[in-house]
Design a protein around this ligand. Structure first.
Ligand SMILES: C[S@@+](CC[C@H](N)C(=O)[O-])C[C@H]1O[C@@H](n2cnc3c(N)ncnc32)[C@H](O)[C@@H]1O
Length: 275
């Protein structure tokens, strides 16, 4: 109780606009996690989402990435693999323009950069990018941070062309302490929202919430696999807020998911033919 109370007090102070702006500026100056600027990490993210897209189509057309973080290396790899354009949106301008990473990924990055549209600040919930303008929409460790996941998923469905594919790696853990990954489920929405700053908000959606939202938005799920599982006993679940007590133990044990889906060609839900 003391811990969460302290978080609420801190967050109340941080919500004051000039304080929030100063904290955001300091975070951007410090830069994004350097480990994520590695070839191995960037390629692993590309391989994961390109792999999902290739289940139904070749890499091509217009690609949208949500929350690229400190670099646009994954966008570069999508272009090198055949995409026509790559758009990246983020709520904060983390991405660096001049990194050795880019030359390690492709011989000559300059021509690729002309086809990358990096848009900040732009949130998935509010972006006004046009309807049905993307063939592939993907994100990595981003959707758990969106303030309004229902709207975010509806927006993804709106932005996808019929036949388009979407793929997302989502970390479902309590980011305050990965050793206690479900601890945050003890609180009501009101308490949790009061304790979290918008910049590093974690929305607490479980695997079943994401699956329901994708289906409700008219998307056909390709995979919704747990990429990380933990323990959750009945006794642990009994300590959660009633909203989470209603979830199955299997659902609660899922601590990370890869979810991909396709936007059907027609309202009847026909899938596009496999390549
Ligand atoms: C944990 S970082 C992951 C960055 C990168 N994808 C990676 O794998 O390292 C989450 C990213 O999502 C961005 N983000 C958070 N909420 C967002 C939103 N509503 N719309 C777009 N991007 C958002 C953050 O600014 C940040 O760049």
């Amino acid at each position: 109780v003391v811990g969460i109370g302290l978080d609420i007090a801190k967050n109340t102070v941080r919500a004051v606009r000039p304080i929030r702006a100063r904290r955001d500026r300091r975070a951007i100056d410090q830069g994004y996690d350097e480990d994520k600027n590695s070839v191995a990490y960037t390629r692993s993210v590309f391989d994961k989402h390109a792999g999902q897209a290739r289940r139904v189509r070749e890499i091509g057309g217009n690609v949208l990435e949500l929350g690229p973080g400190g670099n646009v290396g994954v966008a570069l790899l999508f272009l090198a693999a055949g995409a026509k354009s790559a758009t990246c949106i983020d709520v904060l301008p983390w991405s660096q323009t001049d990194l050795p990473l880019y030359r390690q990924l492709v011989d000559d990055p300059a021509p690729y950069f002309e086809r990358i549209d990096y848009r900040v600040p732009e949130a998935i919930e509010t972006t006004r990018l046009p309807d049905e303008s993307f063939d592939i929409v993907h994100s990595h460790a981003c959707l758990e941070h969106v303030w309004d996941p229902v709207v975010a998923v509806r927006q993804i469905a709106r932005l996808l062309r019929p036949g388009g594919v979407t793929s997302h790696q989502i970390d479902l853990r309590d980011h305050r302490d990965f050793d206690r990954p479900l601890d945050f489920l003890r609180y009501s929405d009101w308490v949790w929202r009061s304790a979290q700053s918008r910049r590093i908000y974690t929305n607490r959606w479980r695997r079943s919430d994401w699956v329901n939202a994708f289906q409700s938005a008219g998307l056909r799920i390709l995979t919704a696999e747990s990429t990380l599982t933990g323990d959750c006993s009945e006794a642990t679940r009994a300590g959660f807020h009633p909203r989470f007590r209603a979830k199955s133990l299997d659902d609660l044990r899922s601590l990370g998911i890869l979810i991909s889906a396709v936007k059907p060609e027609s309202p009847s839900g026909r899938l596009p033919p496999a390549p």
